[in-house]
Design a protein around this ligand. Structure first.
Ligand SMILES: *Cc1c(COP(=O)(O)O)cnc(C)c1O
Length: 395
């Protein structure tokens, strides 16, 4: 074996269940393995590769910035950070940006901002929701309830509690004047592509009006145009106070951003928070290219092609009622809820050249690049159809 799967096992800590594929290169919406087999990628680097692989303007921006400088201390104002923040502010309607390097770091920053804001207002309670995913730091884990992420890492941070998602009565009886924040995903990603109920969003808005707490939208997976709007929260009748972005923001490079309104922008103050690498200029240069691509038709494409994909998945659901109980999501973030653990589907697709992901056991999750065409959707639906046809359920 000349492959690198064995070498990986030998020297890399086993924190991921690796796919048995050795990727050699990526091009557009396709990956090629070392044997020359190509895969249509509806896995999308877990929502990072929203422009697929080798998107020309991202590559050009990265190369150009590498030649200028790859790092300056955050004690300098940096043009790529500023230009990206200007685009984020314009696209989102928020006022100011804090840059981090990853999703978990943006959640950590949002958590600290909420804590400091609450510290002078006698508010310490932070609520999040069951099956949420907010990253692997202790702050993230403190906002999650899934044992698979938390086991053995306690004690967790004080004042954090998870409530059942989309349960208005539970939320109403939990929040009050000592609540500092409610943290949510507008579509739970790892939690099974589960959308926020519009009535629940309205209840959050009304309770916030009543009690004055902050709403943090974790848009690390749902943001950056994935659902056909820049932020998934735009599909709802409420505006969060704090939004976190990461995943596709850096076009494949590590980058995260926290967006706030001006009222919250002074909470940290100089020295109140920071990161050596946060807002790395090369990552920000890539981010600028991503934002420009979204504005120049990619986000619109995500909406149109996403609708096509969802329509096709609905047809699949009516054709395989014993296998599929629900199709849910928005735009280029779709989940197929199966009646049984769905590993068979992802394995079958992998063998036939389509990459899909399974989350929470029975949900086939599709996170294709936002640049897919109707022809790619047709191909993917064909593979999925074949997988469900071949899937003989236990009697
Ligand atoms: C991926 C993800 C995170 C964590 O991001 P990392 O970059 O892996 O730290 C947090 N929240 C959501 C909703 C995510 O999808």
């Amino acid at each position: 074996m000349t492959g690198f799967i064995d070498r990986d096992r030998a020297v890399i800590m086993h924190t991921y269940s690796r796919l048995p594929v050795e990727i050699a290169a990526g091009d557009g919406v396709y990956l090629t393995d070392t044997s020359g087999k190509t895969y249509l990628d509806f896995f999308g680097g877990l929502a990072v590769n929203s422009l697929g692989y080798g998107y020309p303007s991202v590559r050009e921006a990265v190369h150009a910035q590498v030649d200028r400088y790859m790092h300056l201390s955050n004690l300098f104002p940096q043009e790529p950070q500023i230009a990206l923040a200007e685009r984020l502010v314009a696209a989102s309607g928020f006022d100011k940006v804090y840059f981090a390097n990853s999703g978990a770091e943006t959640m950590e920053a949002a958590f600290k901002l909420v804590r400091r804001w609450g510290s002078t207002r006698d508010r310490s309670a932070i609520f999040a929701f069951s099956h949420a995913f907010h990253g692997r730091t202790m702050a993230g884990l403190s906002l999650m309830d899934a044992e698979k992420y938390r086991a053995g890492y306690g004690p967790f941070l004080e004042g954090c509690q998870t409530l059942p998602y989309n349960d208005i009565a539970a939320l109403r009886s939990a929040v009050g004047p000592s609540t500092s924040a409610v943290v949510l995903e507008c579509i739970q990603g790892e939690g099974g592509v589960l959308p926020l109920d519009p009535a629940f969003a309205a209840a959050i808005r009304d309770l916030r009006d009543q009690y004055g707490f902050l709403v943090v939208a974790d848009e690390i997976q749902t943001g950056m145009g994935r659902t056909g709007r820049f932020l998934a929260s735009e599909h709802y009748d409420f505006t969060p106070d704090i939004v976190t972005l990461a995943k596709s923001l850096g076009g494949g490079l590590p980058l995260g951003a926290v967006l706030v309104r001006s009222e919250l922008a002074e909470i940290f103050g100089p020295g109140g928070h920071g990161s050596t690498f946060g807002g790395n200029p090369v990552a920000c240069a890539a981010g600028i290219a991503v934002m420009d691509a979204l504005a120049n038709g990619v986000m619109e494409n995500a909406r149109i092609v996403g609708e096509l994909l969802q329509k096709g998945l609905m047809e699949l659901k009516s054709r395989f009622p014993n296998h599929i109980t629900d199709v849910r999501g928005r735009g280029c973030m779709q989940g197929i809820l199966c009646t049984h653990p769905a590993q068979f589907v992802s394995d079958h697709c992998l063998r036939h050249g389509l990459l899909v992901n399974v989350t929470r056991g029975a949900v086939v999750r599709l996170l294709p690049p936002l640049i897919i065409t109707p022809a790619h959707v047709e191909t993917a639906l064909g593979h999925l159809h074949n997988a469900f046809s071949d899937w003989h359920l236990p009697a």
